[in-house]
Design a protein around this ligand. Sequence first.
Ligand code: AMP
Ligand code: MG
Length: 490
Amino acid sequence: MPSAIDAAGWRFDNSYTRLPPGLFTRSTPVPVRRPGLVYLNAPLAVALGLDAAALAGPDGAAVFAGNTLPPGADPIAQAYAGHQYGHFTNLGDGRAILLGEHLAPDGSRHDLQLKGSGRTRYSRGGDGRAALGPMLREVLISEAMHALGIPTTRSLAVATTGEAVLREEALPGAVLVRVAASHIRVGTFQYASAVADPALAPALLAHTIRRHDPRLAEIDEPALAFLEAVIDRQAALIARWMQVGFVHGVMNTDNMAVSGETIDYGPCAFLDAYDPTTVFSSIDRQGRYAWANQPGIAHWNLARLAESLLPTISGDAETAMNRISTVLATFPARFARHALAGWRAKLGLLTAEDGDQALVTALLAAMEGIGADFTATFSSLATAAEALAAAPPFDAGPLADWCAAWRTRLGRQPQSLADVAALLRRTNPLVIPRNHRVEEALAAAAAGEMAPFEKLLDAVTHPFTDTPANRSFRDGAPSGCGPYRTFCGT
Ligand code: AMP
Ligand code: MG
């Protein structure tokens, strides 16, 4: 008789394991002492065609902790390299195992990865493990990003290990089950082009195109078109991040997925008061990955991808370099186009005018001047738009001048203020994972109390809904909190 786990709906087809062996190492998760399930994303499980009820018990905990392999899994650690803070290093999955690629009922393909599952060939000095707090943090932020409509890896489950991990102190250990379109990074291409085997880069490229850009599979020399597709996805993604005040915090080339999904939630955080120079990561002392620097860094990372694709482009080196530089140079204009479209929606603009970028810039400058809360300012625009119709007009306080210009601009589009307010309400979230709330929830979870985490998760996964339950999660940090810092010691 098949066990409940065998019947849980797993459907693996592990195409990455059919690539040349230089790109990965077969490795199994290191079993943990006492698997326990602290989080299961039941709606995601169902969307993947998995039996959430079967996975909610001890059998599910054993799979998610890495003690039992689901049928069809063929676990590997992937090799990759990366520029970390500008310096090139060989990395690879040092504490993650790709169980395999699961096919959902709609035919879509999803990497299922265990993060914190023990040492691998690529662990270097690390213990291969993860602490509960950072894994729950990844759940909160990734699921919030998904609810905000931003492409991201997802979080299927978190299992505790019953073992301590030693960081600055002993912390409860955990494994996160991450779901991704793939885990192919800019750094994966850097690795493939840096090793001696000339077959790796073309094989990786062909695989990645089949997976993420199948429409390019038929064209003659797809490297340039692939680069263009990745550039466009990243330009769109970074614009989306910035428009919810998200700072990734560690945009190294190994943390940039070619699928265009946000990946690797380490020292990331969301702005409270708007300040474009905001950095959260305690180790980012130069502000390399500050909010406003993210497009420039993405462009720099994409240049590393472009270089890695050179061996897959025919012709002499100079011609190849020229062709690839031309494609790379489209990033700033693509970013500007995606960003402006997004800002227009955030301001309720349903038509396009030349002065729109200036209107955005003026609002951001005014917000910076008064230290306005990023999320609260944008989410107040819907009510403000409705109030514009009323006489006398409302008092916009320090944003009065900007509001007057906005009102004039709205008056030049044919749509009603009700239409404007509706657009504003679906574009500007009421709730984001506020840093002080995240810390509060994680501190409680570390003490064995999961209710604050569950309440916060519920609020941030319904970011556009005005409910009594999420109302209490909208306020900014209490004054006197000081600058927020996140730590890489994950
Ligand atoms: P990250 O900062 O999480 O993007 O990780 C950068 C690199 O360090 C990746 O190759 C990780 O696999 C590796 N790494 C991070 N933490 C650990 C750990 N505790 N043990 C082994 N490798 C790790
Ligand atoms: Mg990483």
